[in-house]
Ligand binder design. Structure first.
Ligand SMILES: N[C@@H](CCC(=O)N[C@@H](CS)C(=O)NCC(=O)O)C(=O)O
Length: 231
């Protein structure tokens, strides 16, 4: 019989860590949040995620589950009494998973590239971020079918995958002096982002932009002279 002992190993600035926290909030599951230190990983983290040694890790009744989107799907499957996070239709589920993978592998990868790139390379990354947002604007139109979220009336898998990057998107806008989510080019996403950030499941775990900006400056100073991060 499950004890329903739920822990999340995480770090407040991590977009990936927001994902299981939002999912648990949607399901109204209480959990303990254990904040990891950036320069010294806990024994619990090293034991729970020996392959990647990364956060987030969900520990459910002493069993660790790793990788943010796998954790979100696990939460949806285990706590079935709360609102569904994955679409009920198999085709819609496949589309959500497709765009969630795109967001991580292509779009956010380009945004991260901006941190250390200069000149032409920087411009290429910026173009990729903007092109990605245009694709996601189109995907929003198709997935939401005129409703508030990618998931329809409620936050779904793709909302969580993409929405978890919104605070870093705002920081990227500030650091680079550009407007990326733009009323003229991505009107659907602008309104979606407002709704997502205001949602009760998200509000308490979304980092404040100013605090994240300070953290990103600290990170940039630390990385100076060092090779770019692996992810
Ligand atoms: N694909 C992973 C990415 C997780 C990830 O990159 N976590 C970062 C924090 S944002 C981390 O733990 N970094 C520590 C390290 O690389 O040593 C997921 O979705 O969970």
């Amino acid at each position: 019989m499950a004890k329903n002992d739920v822990k999340v190993l995480g770090a407040w600035p991590s977009p990936y860590v927001m994902r299981p926290r939002i999912a648990l909030n949607i399901k109204s599951v209480n959990y303990e949040f254990l904040e990891e230190k950036f320069d010294s990983k806990s024994e619990l983290l090293l034991q729970s995620n020996p392959v990647h040694k990364k956060v987030p890790v969900l520990i459910h009744d002493d069993k660790p589950i790793c990788e943010s989107m796998i954790i979100v799907e696990y939460i949806d499957e285990v706590w079935t009494s709360g609102p569904s996070i994955l679409p009920s239709d198999p085709y819609d589920r496949a589309i959500h998973r497709f765009w969630a993978a795109y967001v991580d592998e292509k779009w956010f990868a380009a945004m991260k590239g901006l941190r250390s790139a200069q000149g032409e390379e920087r411009k290429a990354f910026l173009d990729r971020v903007i092109e990605g947002l245009a694709l996601l604007e189109e995907a929003f139109g198709k997935c939401s079918k005129g409703k508030a979220f990618f998931g329809g009336d409620r936050i779904g898998l793709l909302d969580i995958a993409f929405g978890s990057f919104l605070a870093w998107l705002k920081v990227t806008e500030k650091v680079n002096g550009v407007k990326l989510l733009d009323e003229a080019k991505t009107p659907g996403l602008v309104k979606w982002a407002e709704r997502f950030c205001a949602d009760a499941a998200v509000k308490s775990v979304m980092p404040e932009t100013e605090k994240l900006l300070e953290f990103s400056k600290f990170l940039a100073a630390k990385m100076k002279g060092a090779p770019p991060p692996k992810n």
